[in-house]
Design a protein. Structure first.
Length: 200
């Protein structure tokens, strides 16, 4: 009889222990907070002055679509009448590509600010790959001094690639810094803004 009572007590202890374990797990799940990333509203006017502090942050920004790359819609540039800034926008995997029909539209972009750094090591590596005839896209899409996008020649024109590398090397030397920074926004959402919405 004692053995039976002891067996029941052991089962009761195990049952209570399991029940407490489940309660703790449920309690832990219930107290976990969902972190919502802050969305920072940014203006193209003054964007260049604050861009270093915005790297890695999710922003919303308005502009007029100035250009979309016709080869796959992988790059878009937005501008503003009141600013000299021309901001490069790239689509994330969910958007995949921008439609060229967006050119001329006022648009609200939501995405994360990214920085691409170009230093001497980057340029040497790119230069070596051009010498070896490796077809790759390092340096593609860099926007320099309003000259438009820098892209590798589709026909493998090494002279043009070397000119781009040398131009970047000159800019690096002129800057007095150890690297050049080029900024873009990785877009995860956007919407066309009607003129009446902007005026309001």
């Amino acid at each position: 009889m004692k053995k039976i009572i002891l067996a029941f007590m052991a089962l009761a202890i195990v049952a209570v222990s399991c029940d407490n374990s489940n309660t703790k797990t449920e309690s832990k799940v219930a107290t976990e907070e969902v972190v919502v990333e802050e969305l920072i509203e940014v203006d193209l006017i003054g964007f260049d002055d604050q861009v270093e502090q915005l790297v890695g942050k999710r922003i919303t920004i308005l502009g007029t679509v100035d250009h979309i790359c016709e080869h796959g819609g992988q790059k878009m540039f937005i501008v503003s009448e009141d600013s000299d800034t021309r901001l490069k926008i790239v689509p994330d995997e969910n958007i995949a590509a921008f439609n060229t029909e967006l050119v001329g539209e006022s648009i609200e972009i939501i995405g994360v600010v990214e920085e691409q750094r170009i230093d001497e090591d980057y340029l040497k590596e790119w230069e070596e790959e051009v010498r070896e005839g490796i077809a790759e896209e390092q340096g593609e899409g860099i926007h320099v001094d309003g000259e438009g996008e820098m892209e590798h020649d589709e026909e493998g024109n090494n002279t043009e690639a070397f000119e781009k590398i040398n131009r970047l090397r000159e800019m690096l030397a002129e800057s007095g810094e150890d690297h050049l920074s080029f900024y873009s926004v990785l877009c995860d959402d956007y919407k066309i803004i009607e003129v009446t919405e902007i005026e309001e």
